[in-house]
Design a protein around this ligand. Structure first.
Ligand code: HMG
Ligand code: MG
Length: 317
């Protein structure tokens, strides 16, 4: 085992996409724009802002083009605003905006592939290969995802070899990085260790990112294992927003605030202002009428919420 943490980590903020796609009510364009602006202001450079999927399937992402054009990224901004694209139709919509990159998304489970994008894994690879024919001409960078890499809500356990083969295929197609997703948050540290052992042996560590949902509360432990194996790209969502509408039981992503806190503890550079990030998470949580579920915030806020009412300085008892 390498057991050597990277010096720098790139955080890919997926809150505006993976977070808001699962909200029961539609979030206004103004709230989305404020969120993305606040995230940029907190120092995040890589932000997944939307999806070019069917609005009948995911109505929450219907205004992705308007959002990207409202943010108006330029090549000089040092920003990488990205969006999901499932097929050529999605790509055509994406390239009409100022998006900096796109992400395709495959699954290591046949059933989840059908439920999520209405086609088999092989059919999805054919669609992505059509997408690559177009993006390579325009030099648009493409990231890849593999859902259900740690387990599927419909099929249960997933063979690691399947994940390794699919990752290899996405890299061969032309993805600059593949994000290995624990869609339903069922992974644990020993599984993370063994899956990454095989993946790194097959494709190296530089092109792998990790994407953990936090259903069982183990995302941070899993991330620490990934870091110890030299992985330096981590997905997360501000305030722990998130879930996938086609993965029953999937809870929010690991909170970006908690990942930043972990990186601080490990002395790993990330370029993000934690206080500004917390303020962004609080603002969107308030707009959604929910609690910011970042663990670091709950620890900090606990005393002021009266959970520890004893004032030790003035305790005469
Ligand atoms: P389909 O119904 O099989 O598509 O859906 P179709 O080609 O048969 O077309 C049917 C209709 O959809 C047509 O419209 C098309 O124009 C339209 P109609 O004639 O009925 O009015 N259509 C589109 N509209 C907009 N954009 C498009 C598009 N393509 C077709 N790109 C499709 C196939 C993939 C579109 C559909 O299944 C879909 O949109 N699925 C949504 C998938 C999704 O967004 N899931 C959540 C994100 S993935 C995720 O969260 C996991 C991740 O976070 C990692 C992890 O944690 O695992 C990434
Ligand atoms: Mg996800």
């Amino acid at each position: 085992m390498l057991n050597k943490y990277p010096k720098n980590v790139k955080i890919i903020e997926v809150g505006p996409r993976d977070g808001l796609q699962n909200e029961p009510s539609l979030v206004s364009l103004i709230d989305k724009k404020n969120l993305v602006k606040n995230l940029i202001n907190s120092g995040l450079k890589d932000i997944e802002v939307g999806s070019f999927v069917s609005p009948k399937w995911v109505p929450q992402m219907a205004e992705s083009a308007e959002l990207i054009n409202a943010i108006s990224p330029t090549k000089q901004d040092d920003l990488n605003l990205s969006a999901l694209v499932p097929n050529i139709k999605g790509l055509e919509s994406a390239i009409n905006t100022n998006i900096n990159s796109i992400a395709i998304f495959a699954s290591s489970s046949e059933t989840f592939s059908q439920k999520n994008i209405n086609c088999s894994i092989d059919e999805s690879l054919e669609r992505f290969s059509e997408v690559f024919k177009r993006t390579s001409a325009s030099n648009l960078p493409v990231r890849g995802y593999i859902s259900c890499a740690f387990g599927c809500p419909y099929e249960g356990d997933i063979d690691h070899q399947r994940v390794i083969e699919l990752t290899t295929k996405l890299l061969e197609l032309g993805c600059y990085e593949v994000s290995i997703a624990d869609t339903i948050g069922c992974g644990n540290p020993s599984e993370t260790d063994s899956l990454l052992h095989g993946l790194i042996a097959a494709v190296g560590r530089e092109t792998i990112a990790m994407h953990f949902h936090d259903t069982h509360g183990r995302a941070l432990e899993n991330i620490e294992i990934a870091l110890s194996k030299g992985i330096s790209s981590i997905d997360s969502a501000v305030a722990g927003l998130g879930g996938c509408p086609y993965a029953p039981g999937a809870s929010g992503n690991v909170a970006t605030e908690d990942v930043v806190n972990l990186l601080n503890d490990l002395n790993i550079k990330h370029g993000i202002d934690l206080q500004k990030l917390i303020a962004s998470g609080n603002e969107i949580s308030q707009a959604l009428g929910r609690r910011n579920s970042a663990r670091v915030l709950q620890q900090k806020e606990a005393p002021s919420q009266g959970l520890f009412p004893i004032d030790f300085d003035n305790n005469d008892a």
